[in-house]
Structure formats: structure tokens, C-alpha cells
Design a protein around this ligand. Structure first.
Ligand code: SAH
Length: 216
């Protein structure tokens, strides 16, 4: 197993799939995905798919992460909110592209593991908390971008409220088995809405994780 080769292949696949922005490709290249997957799945770290990370959750597929960071239209000035820290991978990629990333996770243990990874990688511009992400992070609003990485029937209204002028929100919207990745943008008149792609994410759940969910 050669992780550098695997990573080079992943970057090539991203290019072939239409990700051409060098800033984004560099950001993806600089994050060691192998640190974000469970040890027994190391060999698949760079395969283009979602992988289980425990607690019934998954680390997103590289191509989806790349499409989402591209669609979020962020730059080094941007202040971004992520809902669903999970492994921390998507936040780590965003950290290389934005000024600051706020990320909310409802499962305590996942947040803890993600924090350890950020520390190990000396990523200092990601701030996390355990909370119900459907409420956003009002104390830190407004955000230039909001990236929701868990699926819901509707975009949580509290998140739209926390978008700044011209801010962009991405969210998988639809039933549990398949969703549409929706991009909402705050305009002078209200919000614009675009449908970008079919995606499949784990559900966005209300409230904090209970102990019964912690062991899965
Ligand atoms: N972005 C992650 C993948 C996220 S999977 C990565 O790169 O690895 C979706 C995550 O959303 C899961 O970790 C799940 O626990 C979390 N989640 C689900 N509902 C939530 C909510 N209401 N608030 C915060 N996090 C939530």
C-alpha cells in the first residue's frame, strides 16, 4: 500500500471528474485522508467512496467534498460553518481554503476524535462544538458559507438566517435514500435556490446524540 500513490490517483480522478481549480486540488492534496478513516480501512482511505467512521456515520466521498468546497465559493477571507463534523475531513479541506471554519457535531466522541486530528495536523483555524447543528452557531453568525453534510427534508431555517450578504449555503435536501444537493444564496431580494447534483448523506438528526447511539 502506497498512500502517496493512492493520493495522486485520487487527485487525478478529481481532475477527470471536472475539478480544475488548483487551489481546491492543492487543499485536497494537503489533507492526509488516511488519518481520518478507521485503521482497518486504511487501504481504502483514498478510494472514491464514503467510508464508515463509527456511530453509524460516514466520512464523505472525496469527489463530493471537492464539489461541495467548489460550490461554496469560498476564499481565504471566508468564515464558514459546517454542520456535521464527522471525521473532520471535510472541515480540514475547508480549513486550507478559508479564514476560519466553525463546525458543529452532535456525537461527542466524533468531535473529540476530529479535534485530535486537527491538533496532530496543526490545523488551528477549525473551531468545533457539540450541539444540535440544525440551530447553527448564532453567536458566530453571519457566515460567508454554510456547508451541511447531513441530509434533511428541508433546509433548517435557522441556518438560512445565519447567512451573511451573498452568503452561500449547501445542503442535501430530500428523503433518506437520496437527496438533491441544494445551493441557496442570500440575495438582496431574499434567497436564490439551485439544484446541483443527486447525493446521498446520512440523516441530519434533531438534538444531541443519546448514549444508546454512542456505542454503534
Ligand atoms: N463532514 C463529515 C461527514 C459528515 S457525516 C466528514 O468529512 O467526515 C454527517 C455527520 O453529521 C455525522 O457525524 C452526524 O453525527 C452529524 N450530524 C447529524 N445530525 C446532526 C445535527 N443535528 N447536528 C450536528 N451534527 C449532526
Amino acid at each position: 500500500m502506497n498512500q502517496n500513490e493512492d493520493k495522486a490517483r485520487m487527485i487525478l480522478q478529481l481532475r477527470q471528474a471536472g475539478i480544475t481549480d488548483a487551489t481546491i486540488l492543492n487543499a485536497m492534496e494537503s489533507v492526509p485522508r488516511e488519518l481520518f478513516v478507521p485503521e482497518q480501512l486504511l487501504a481504502s482511505a483514498y478510494a472514491d467512496g464514503a467510508l464508515p467512521i463509527g456511530h453509524g456515520q460516514t466520512i464523505s466521498q472525496p469527489l463530493i467534498v471537492a464539489h461541495m468546497v467548489e460550490a461554496l465559493e469560498v476564499n481565504e477571507q471566508s468564515k464558514v460553518l459546517e454542520i456535521g463534523t464527522g471525521s473532520g475531513y471535510h472541515a480540514a479541506v475547508l480549513a486550507g481554503l478559508c479564514r476560519r471554519v466553525y463546525s458543529v457535531e452532535r456525537v461527542r466522541d466524533l468531535r473529540l476524535q476530529a479535534e485530535q486530528r486537527f491538533k496532530q495536523l496543526k490545523i488551528h483555524n477549525v473551531i468545533t462544538k457539540v450541539a444540535d447543528g440544525t440551530k447553527g452557531w448564532p453567536e458566530q453568525a453571519p457566515f460567508d458559507g454554510i456547508s451541511v453534510t447531513a441530509a434533511s427534508a428541508e433546509v433548517p431555517p435557522a441556518l438560512l438566517d445565519q447567512l451573511g450578504p451573498n452568503g452561500v449555503l449547501l445542503a442535501p435536501v430530500g428523503p433518506e435514500d437520496q437527496q438533491m444537493l441544494v445551493r441557496m444564496r442570500r440575495t438582496e431580494e431574499g434567497f436564490s435556490r439551485e439544484e446541483l447534483a443527486h447525493v446521498r448523506f446520512v440523516p441530519l438528526r434533531q438534538g444531541l446524540a443519546r448514549d444508546s447511539e454512542m456505542t454503534r
